[in-house]
Design a protein around this ligand. Structure first.
Ligand code: PMP
Length: 411
C-alpha cells in the first residue's frame, strides 16, 4: 500500500530486507531493536559477498588489478560518506570501528594533547556510556574534570543550566545528537553556536541520528561527528569519525603502523596526510565498501521520507502505548526520534522482553548503555522499542497487543 506522506510502498521496501521474512518461534519476526543495530538490505549483503568472492585484495599496496579496484572502491566509499555528511573534504572522513572508537580517538588524540589538568569537558546527562567513559579515563589519566549538564523530566537538555555550566574552564563539549535511551533530539546547532562563541570545540555522537534524519556537519558547525555503520544498514565493525581538517591536522595519530606513515626510519618517522594518518593497519575494507552500499541505498529511499514515516509511527506508537494500563513512557521530549522507552507497572523489563520474544517481537530491555539516564528517572531498566523506516503500524499493534497480555499476567 502506498503511504500518502512518504509516497512509498512499505511492503516493497520491506522486501529489500531478507531477514524481515524470517520467523521466530513460528511467528513473523517483528524487529523493533533498531537502535541496537539495524537490519541489512540485500544490496549490502550482496556487496559484501561480491567483494569477498570476486574482489578481495588489500588496498593501497598492490599494483595488480584487484588491489587497484579495491582501493578505488574504498576511496569511493569515503567520498560517499563525505556527501552523506555534507563534509567539506573527504580528508575529513576517518574510517574507524564505530562510534565508540571514534569518541575514544578524539578523547585520546585531542583530549590528551590539548586538555590540561583542571580543564573541563561538558556532557549532557543523557549520554551513552561511550560518550562518558572515554572522558572518565581521560580524567583519571590527565586530571581533566567531567561536568554533566542536567536534563528535565521530559528527558530534554536544560539549556539554561547548560549555558551556566559553559564556563571558561570548559574546554570541550561532547553531546549526543539523538539519545538512544530516550529518543530526545538535541538542538545540536544551538549547542555548537553557544560553545563556539566561547571557542570550545564540540563532538557530536550521531549513532542514533544518521539513519533517521539528514545530517549536514557544516550546517551544524560541529568539530567532530561520530557514527557506526551497523546502525545505518551497514556492516558491524566499521564506522566514521568526521573531524574538521584544521583540528585533525593538529592532532597526533591514534595508532602507529602501516598506511599511517609517509616514511619510516629509526631516526625519524613522517606521518601520512589526512585521512590516512588516523587509519593505521589494514582497515575493514569489506565493511567500508558495504557501508558505501548502505549509504547509496538509504539515500535512494530518502531520509526526508524516512523521517516522515518514522514520525507517523512514533505518534501512533505513543498513542497506542499510553492505552496500555500502567504504562509510563520515559522520554517525552518535544523533539523526539522514533524511540519508545517505557516501564510497565511492576513488570520487570526483562520479563516483558521475554514474553514479547515468544511472540517473535524483538525489543530491548535494560539500561541501554545509559545507566545515568536510568538513575535520573529512578528506574532500574526500561523496555525499549526503537523503530526504523521498514517498521509498520501492524508491528506496533502486535507489540501493543502483547503488552496488554503482559499486564494480564502481572495483575
Ligand atoms: N552512542 C549512542 C547514542 C548509541 O546508541 C550507541 C550504540 N548503542 C553508541 C554510541 C555506541 O555505538 P557502537 O557500539 O556501534 O560503537
Amino acid at each position: 500500500m502506498i503511504n500518502k506522506g512518504t509516497g512509498w510502498d512499505i511492503e516493497k521496501v520491506r522486501r529489500d530486507f531478507p531477514i524481515l521474512r524470517e520467523q521466530v518461534y513460528g511467528k513473523p519476526l517483528t524487529y523493533l531493536d533498531n537502535a541496537a543495530t539495524t537490519q541489512k538490505p540485500q544490496i549490502v549483503i550482496d556487496t559484501l559477498t561480491q567483494y569477498y568472492a570476486k574482489e578481495n585484495a588489500n588496498i593501497h599496496r598492490g599494483i595488480f588489478c584487484l588491489s587497484e579496484q579495491a582501493t578505488k572502491r574504498y576511496k569511493s566509499a569515503r567520498h560517499k560518506v563525505q556527501g552523506f555528511l555534507h563534509a567539506a573534504s573527504d580528508q575529513e572522513i576517518i574510517f574507524v570501528r564505530g562510534t565508540t572508537e571514534a569518541i575514544n580517538l578524539v578523547a585520546h588524540c585531542y583530549g590528551k594533547t590539548f586538555l590540561k589538568p583542571g580543564d573541563e569537558v561538558l556532557i549532557p546527562h543523557m549520554e551513552h556510556h561511550s560518550n562518558i567513559v572515554p572522558w572518565q579515563i581521560l580524567a583519571e589519566q590527565n586530571g581533566i574534570k567531567l561536568k554533566v549538564a542536567p536534563i528535565n523530566d521530559q528527558g530534554e537538555l536544560m539549556m539554561e543550566e547548560f549555558v551556566k555550566l559553559l564556563t571558561d574552564r570548559v574546554k570541550f563539549v561532547s553531546v549526543v545528537h539523538v539519545s538512544n535511551a530516550l529518543g530526545t533530539v538535541n538542538s545540536v546547532k544551538e549547542i555548537v553556536r553557544l560553545a563556539h562563541a566561547k571557542g570550545i570545540p564540540v563532538l557530536v555522537d550521531g549513532a542514533q541520528a544518521v539513519a533517521h534524519t539528514s545530517v549536514d556537519v557544516q550546517d551544524l558547525g560541529c568539530d567532530f561527528y561520530a557514527f557506526s555503520g551497523h546502525k545505518l544498514l551497514g556492516p558491524t565493525g566499521v564506522g566514521v569519525l568526521y573531524g574538521r581538517k584544521e583540528l585533525l591536522e593538529k592532532m597526533p595519530p591514534y595508532q602507529g603502523g602501516g598506511d599511517m606513515i609517509r616514511s619510516v626510519s629509526f631516526e625519524k618517522t613522517v606521518y601520512n596526510d589526512l585521512p590516512y594518518k588516523f587509519e593505521a593497519g589494514t582497515p575493514h575494507i569489506a565493511g567500508v565498501i558495504g557501508l558505501g552500499a548502505a549509504i547509496d541505498y538509504i539515500s535512494g529511499i530518502g531520509l526526508d521520507r524516512i523521517e516522515v514515516h518514522e514520525q507517523e509511527l512514533l505518534k501512533y506508537g505513543t498513542k497506542k502505548l499510553l492505552e496500555v494500563p500502567g504504562l509510563r513512557i520515559i522520554g517525552t521530549a518535544k523533539q523526539k526520534s522514533a524511540i519508545l522507552s517505557f516501564v510497565l507497572g511492576e513488570a520487570h523489563a526483562h520479563d516483558i522482553g521475554t514474553i514479547l520474544d515468544r511472540q517473535g517481537i524483538a525489543i530491548r530491555a535494560g539500561h541501554h548503555c545509559a545507566m545515568p539516564v536510568m538513575q535520573r528517572f529512578k528506574v532500574p531498566a526500561t523496555t525499549r522499542a526503537s523503530l526504523a523506516f521498514y517498521n509498520t503500524v501492524e508491528e506496533i499493534d502486535r507489540m501493543v497487543a502483547a503488552l496488554h497480555e503482559v499486564t494480564e499476567v502481572f495483575q
